[in-house]
Design a protein around this ligand. Structure first.
Ligand SMILES: N[C@@H](CCC(=O)N[C@@H](CS)C(=O)NCC(=O)O)C(=O)O
Length: 211
């Protein structure tokens, strides 16, 4: 029995779901709102002491941190391999995941997408200073990802990997902001990949409700 705890609006939860769906692993999504006022339920902190989503349980095994979940999903179950075997390609995958976690998530999702799209949708003013100061770092991030992306159809070339599962949710949100769409136009490999990836069943099935 595989249970993924989290919310469909979360980019990290969507990464894990993409890996599960691409691997063909049956699972249940157990709703946890990480941003609920007062935080997630105390029972969830027993699974994930930092209160972030997602966490995964497989029978009596509990795991959190999305990069660990992604690798576990690939290695513990039958299905198409989602990690390359060649050392250089594996290193690229690790590099992509690290850039996405350490640089891209905050800048592309929080400083630009949340300010420009989520806040506006909720009727709150965007923090223009925050957006303006995120544009330089965003340019660096998109330039760095474009520089290591393969020609396609996937980010590492012919094989769909965890790299695609982790990058797609973040970049798809970033593209919803005008600033993101504009920046992505300067990255032809990333843009072409994103347009193709968004047609995959896994991407459609993992889309947040109402979006
Ligand atoms: N390092 C964590 C990060 C997960 C993460 O930041 N999730 C966000 C939602 S996309 C979250 O739970 N945020 C709640 C909060 O920051 O309070 C992982 O890799 O799983």
């Amino acid at each position: 029995m595989i249970e993924l705890y989290g919310a469909d609006y979360s980019v990290y939860v969507r990464s894990a779901r993409l890996a599960l769906l691409e691997k063909g692993v049956a699972h249940e999504l157990r709703p946890i709102d990480a941003f609920a006022s007062g935080g997630p339920p105390a029972s969830y902190l027993e699974l994930q002491p930092f209160g972030k989503i997602p966490a995964l349980t497989h029978d009596d095994f509990t795991l959190y941190e999305t990069a660990a979940i992604l690798r576990y999903v690939d290695e513990a179950f039958d299905g198409p391999p989602l990690q390359p075997s060649a050392p250089r390609a594996r290193a690229r995958m690790t590099q992509f995941l690290s850039i996405l976690d350490n640089y891209a998530y905050k800048t592309l999702v929080w400083d630009i997408y949340v300010e420009r799209v989520s806040k506006t949708r909720e009727g709150a003013p965007a923090d223009e200073v925050k957006i303006a100061s995120a544009l330089g770092p965003a340019r660096t991030i998109i330039g760095a990802l474009e520089a290591i992306a393969a020609d396609g159809p996937f980010l590492l070339g012919d094989q769909l990997t965890l790299t695609d599962c982790h990058a797609a949710p973040m970049l798809a949100l970033f593209e919803k902001a005008d600033e993101g769409a504009l920046l992505l136009r300067s990255a032809p490999r990333l843009s072409a990949w994103l347009q193709t990836f968004r047609d995959r069943n896994s991407f459609k099935q993992s889309a947040p409700a109402g979006h």
